[in-house]
Design a binder for this molecule. Structure first.
Ligand code: HEC
Length: 134
């Protein structure tokens, strides 16, 4: 046999990736830093909203990169580690496509999904985690 067994090579790579994530203050191995009951909502946020918004509780980093003060892509939405949004504001944004209606698509999620995402943001946004930037 030459070198490492493929599966141990994979483990080494995974460990290295985890180190990088810990450095950013996030969990590792897909662990989300939320209550068990909120995990599926964190996953929903990750699937639907993480392209444009950051929220560590949902392992999402779609807002402007840390340290980038101007510019960025037009689709970079507010960073929810920093920005606190209430349930009502979140529902409004989801239904209308943000507050301006210009960039964020309206109704990415609807009905009960929209409600639980709004509750999720009400609880987890604005917690000021380390890897944050507006
Ligand atoms: C295509 C990119 C994009 C996606 C996808 C997206 N958003 Fe946004 N969102 C934005 C942008 C850009 C803004 C800021 C401009 C505005 O309000 O119109 C915004 C604004 C918001 C705001 C208002 C926050 C504030 O204080 O200004 C909320 C709440 C929000 N988004 C929630 C969500 C949720 C929840 C999802 C997933 C269902 C989502 N967004 C998906 C781009 C996106």
């Amino acid at each position: 046999m030459f070198g490492l067994h493929p599966s141990s090579r994979f483990k080494a790579a995974a460990a290295a990736a985890c180190g990088a994530l810990i450095f950013l203050g996030a969990g590792c191995g897909g662990e989300l830093d939320v209550k068990q009951a909120d995990r599926s909502t964190a996953t929903l946020f990750y699937e639907r909203c993480s392209g444009c918004h950051s929220l560590e509780s949902a392992n999402s980093y779609g807002s402007k990169p840390v340290g980038e003060l101007s510019g960025g892509e037009r689709t970079n939405g507010p960073n929810f580690n920093v920005r606190k949004v209430s349930r009502d504001d979140a529902l409004y944004a989801i239904r209308n496509g943000g507050f301006s209606g210009a960039i964020m698509p309206a109704n990415i999620v609807v009905g009960a999904d929209a409600e639980r995402l709004a509750d999720f943001l009400d609880e987890y946004s604005g917690n000021g985690n380390s890897a944050s930037n507006e």
